[in-house]
Ligand binder design. Sequence first.
Ligand code: G3I
Length: 382
Amino acid sequence: MTMIDRRSVLAGSAALLAAQAAPAATAPDTLKAAAAARGRRFGSAFAWAPPGRDAGSFANPAYAALLRRDCAVLVAENQMKWQAVRPAPDRFDFAQFDAMVDWAMGNGFAMRGHTLLWAYSKWFPAWLNGADFGARPATEAARILTQHIDTVTKRYGRKIHSYDVVNEAVDPDTGTLRETSLSRAMGGTLPVLDLAFRTARAAVPHAELVYNDYMSWEDGNEKHRAGVLSLLEAFRRRGTPVDTLGVQSHIGLFQPTTDAGVLAKRLEPEWRRFLDRVTAMGYRLIITEFDVRDRGLPAAIGPRDRGVADFARAYLDIMLSYPQLGDVLAWGLSDRYSWLRGFEPRPDGAVARGCPYDLDLNPKPLRTAMLSALATGTRRAG
Ligand code: G3I
């Protein structure tokens, strides 16, 4: 046996012995570790509430423990919205959002900003819906919008790495762009959205700029998906600085369903066609508000949790097969504090079970499904 052969045999044996001695890599047991294994961050929306309040807030020790366990990135559910930070045209109030950002930064979380403009008059503050933009409406409307975006983004600087610059500008029923007091003043919705993104890019050049919407994979979303694609194409034609599509992912089983997996298989091809069109335009993807509406499932917890977990797993496997997918955030970790409780109560009165933890903050099959999907998805690219 020559020297080289002997050396390589010895080296091979040593490596083999070392591998056998090393502990097997343990499977990730938190959502943030599972995501990190594929180069992503997992996170959740959270709230502000006074200490002692039973809320999905960082001041609630039990909920803060869940955030610390499973999350690497956070987003304020409501406290960065216009109603919260700008109660009047000439007044900003950052007290609650400041506290949330400080807590997040102090506890090692990344932070997303939601939202610089919810382009939907239903969610405008009353003063903005009723604004009189004076003799030069386009100029005054633009001033109000750019002042808002500049003020918010420059206050937080690099503490916030990603913004939903514009939220839900597409009417899901028609696929056309929503009109608002700003769009009427500025001669159309596209000029408003374009200005919002350009202002954000100039103010925080480090930040990921996201168009966020709830177009989804279920039947009935066809016009919404088409409208979002048209808007994304318009952004590209105009050179509007939009980096990423925020896919809210409030998915749901709305009709009586006995096999969520079969339904998911039927929905997959069309949803992939949509995502392929988005990524072909050079947009990245993030999941911004994940939860599962379970109205079509029986009230019994066993079958309901199984259906929710199966549907979620199928959906997340598709989303996580895209290397363009970055952060993945749930819209709250627990059924106890979920918007779903009030938004569309189940006819049978049962509490929706669309979050990874239940009413008592115990993990559910949904969390296990999310963990597996995050740990086995395609690695994030770039
Ligand atoms: O804080 C006030 C409280 O002082 C007052 O007593 C109470 C009753 O009027 O209202 C409280 O504010 C409510 C706020 O949630 C905080 O709980 C608002 O009325 C209520 O409209 C608001 O709902 C939020 C909704 O967006 C509208 O902003 C939901 O919590 C929030 O989950 C939901 O999140 C949206 C995303 O921003 C965009 N994508 C869809 C998603 C679900 O609708």
